[in-house]
Design a protein around this ligand. Structure first.
Ligand code: GAL
Length: 370
């Protein structure tokens, strides 16, 4: 299947960064954004690949200025967005912003860009914005397929390379059309910081796996890791599945007060490298026996990424047979455990492990001999 991609050269691997919404909702201001950029660098997460600092809803005044331009909210962003972009860029990071393909954003506290696409894209470019998340509230009942391409075109004409993240909540099967106009598209409604939401969203997103490719990705929504509503093993599963599914890795917790366990999950280079692998094929659920699942996908250099995921409430053995993984039965592999940081050499025919409830094991399999 050939398909045109949005021609901005971005998103060769899924985007990595942070977004304000999951933890802060509308309680945001320029100090928070600057401190988050500082924390991204000082925590070393920037060096692991997280580069976008994305402001979500509620950054603007309800009314445009006399020329119809969007205006940063004076009480919370008094220095303006350009100054913030300069600050974030000085840290070696990129700044993202949020608007909406309707009359008002979802918070209803600021205008959307419907009918102002060219003007707003130029404003964002003039501020030095690198990324736009584009929501779907106040949409007057017309199809996203009418409204989103206008902003895509406006961004391409803005004079700046701006990542385009569509957020129409999966309502019109965006996987089937959004790759031509954007770099990622939400496939679901909003994630909540709980196991049932995270697992439901993982499954909904999975059905669109074949549409992901370098330049354009399925987006099952931002990470909840570190926000407190799930256990460490549940967050490990969340992060592992998002990484394997080539989902955007957009951190949604307060980076300024992140604990050691949260950092340990978010900073795992081996898991991140599965997400960022240059082959860019979305891993998916390949086997399900009740609550016991195997998720897998190909990586570059003929490697295979595998997750053994126990979604049930008792410890269980989970087995991935080579046939489940698309491997020839004669193949011998080294299995690198990406969370234990150990290699199990010379494994034949199947990979098995005891997996705790709501936990997962994640591996990269490398063929030992041709
Ligand atoms: C929702 C969107 C969320 C967040 C929120 C802001 O529509 O899915 O991710 O952006 O609006 O109001």
């Amino acid at each position: 299947m050939s398909r045109m991609l949005m021609d901005n050269g971005l998103a060769l691997s899924p985007q990595m960064g942070w977004n304000s919404w999951n933890h802060f909702q509308c309680n945001i201001n320029e100090t928070l954004i600057k401190q988050t950029a500082d924390a991204m660098v000082s925590s070393d997460l920037a060096a692991k690949g997280y580069k976008y600092i994305n402001i979500d809803d509620c950054w603007g005044e309800l009314n445009r200025d006399s020329k119809g331009n969007l205006v940063a909210k004076a009480s919370t962003f008094p220095s303006g967005i350009k100054a913030l972009a300069d600050y974030v860029h000085s840290k070696g990071l990129k700044l993202g912003i949020y608007s909406d393909a309707g009359t008002l954003t979802c918070s209803q506290t600021m205008p959307g860009s419907l009918g102002h696409e060219e003007q707003d894209a130029k404003t964002f470019a003039s501020w030095g914005i690198d990324y736009l998340k584009y929501d779907n509230c106040g949409n007057t009942g017309t199809s996203p397929r009418e409204r989103y391409p206008k902003m895509s075109k406006a961004l391409l004409n803005s004079g700046r390379s701006i990542f385009f993240s569509l957020c129409e909540w999966g309502v019109e099967d965006p996987a089937t059309w959004a790759g031509a106009i954007g770099n990622s598209w939400r496939t679901t409604g909003d994630i909540e910081d709980k196991w049932s939401s995270m697992t439901t969203i993982a499954d909904l997103n999975d059905q669109w796996a074949s549409y992901a490719r370098p330049g354009s990705w399925n987006d099952p929504d931002m990470l909840e890791v570190g926000n407190g509503g799930m256990t460490k093993e549940e967050y490990r599963s969340h992060f592992s599945i998002w990484a394997l599914a080539k989902a955007p890795l957009l951190i949604g917790c307060d980076l300024r007060s992140m604990d050691k366990g949260t950092f340990e999950l978010l900073s795992n280079k081996e898991v991140i490298s599965v997400n960022q692998d240059k082959l860019g094929i979305q891993g998916k659920k390949v086997k399900k026996e009740g609550d016991l699942e195997v998720w897998a996908g190909p990586l570059s250099k003929k490697r295979v990424a595998v997750i053994l995921w126990n979604r049930g409430s008792v410890p269980a053995n989970i087995t991935a047979r080579w046939a489940d993984l698309g491997l020839d039965s004669s193949v011998t592999v080294n299995a690198r455990d990406l969370w234990e940081h150990l290699t199990h050499p010379s494994i034949k025919t199947q990979l098995s492990a005891l997996v705790e409830p709501h936990a997962c094991k994640m591996y990269t399999l490398t063929r030992s001999k041709a």
